[in-house]
Ligand binder design. Sequence first.
Ligand code: AMP
Ligand code: GLY
Length: 427
Amino acid sequence: MKILVVGSGGREHALVWKLAQSAGVDNIFCAPGNAGTALLAENVEIKAGDLAALARFAKENRIDLTVIGPDDSLAVGIVDVFEGERLRVFGPSKTAARLESSKIFAKELMRAKRIPTARAAIFEKQEAAIAFLKESHFPIVIKADGLALGKGVIVAQEFEEARAAVDAMLSEGRFGEAGRRLLIEECLAGSECSLHALVDGKNFLMLASARDHKRAFDGDAGPNTGGMGAFSPANNFGAEAQAQFEGAVMRPLLDGLRESGVIFRGLLFPGLMITGDGPRVLEFNCRFGDPETQAILPRLKSDLVPLLEATIEGHLDHATIEWDKRPAVTVVMASGGYPGKYETAKTISGLERAASEDVQIFHAGTRRKNGQVITSGGRVLAVTALGETVAAARARAYEAVSKIDFENCHYRRDIALSAVGGKIVGH
Ligand code: AMP
Ligand code: GLY
């Protein structure tokens, strides 16, 4: 069997790594990939957004299954293009991916099905949005309707900040089409949790839970990032919350999609806020999370290929899934300055020394040059360790991190600390 993975981040390296262990897989390709995927797969120089070239490659090379990593490829309809060419592909269609690519579509569906989420109002006129803000309590959340490279959600502490966000979207056009409409949403308090579910149109199968660390610095200080680390399972999501979530979110969501004539096949990743009143949906993502995937997949004992196939074919009701009971902790090593301006092309040392049986070094922004691995992005590596306890997994992950070095490397020291009862005070 030949598999193509589309994307170039830590998530895609983790997918390639897991798929490479599957008995039936002969060859894996990754487009465009990174220096880590090149160790297990053949990197193909096609960008994740070049749908026509990707489909042509899959056809010419008789790829049996393509797995899509990034949200923007899904949002522009890569799955529709592949299916149009009769190529087997894992991911939701453009219409189904609107759950992530239009926050208004998702909110309206949640409203219609009474799925617990933050109360929100929808605006496309600046005057009306500002008038609404004048009557609002703060903090409040402003969300661009469309995909905005992770910058479309602003948690505004006071009126001026909220007004600036509204102006940037509705009058200055700084978010382009994505910010032509927006949501103004109640700010929820609690702790966040990332869930992943395989969804085959009718049935769903939950993967292990995880928690992300979105802020750049220790103690959840600093700007939002794509995610500075993760651990699995989540320490704020037990059996009771799971049962509540399946009944109150997954079932009505699938019913709602079906009633709207939308068939969702792929990976659904709801981001939740666990509040005093139970779980609330913050957002739906339609692809594997990054860095959650790097913490979840090392715990998956089952072969991933049959699970992806069951999702595509609508047989998830017959699928089973087995997990390593041991927790996993993932620490992201980023370029200094990320998520702002950062330098690249720094030589990375210590990669071989840091890896071991229970430690996986997933590459994100890396490439190979003159026989060396160098940095090429903001998030550079995701170092995952398994351990008998979260404390053991943390210690093992940080020990591996300490062996790796590149100039101006930055990482958080408090990943999964909340799960071992510790707390670093912000700066
Ligand atoms: P994104 O993943 O870019 O959509 O960012 C969403 C992030 O914004 C979440 O992970 C939360 O940290 C925050 N967020 C979104 N909606 C709310 C809300 N209603 N209340 C509080 N925080 C929110
Ligand atoms: N780690 C959050 C995301 O992938 O959206």
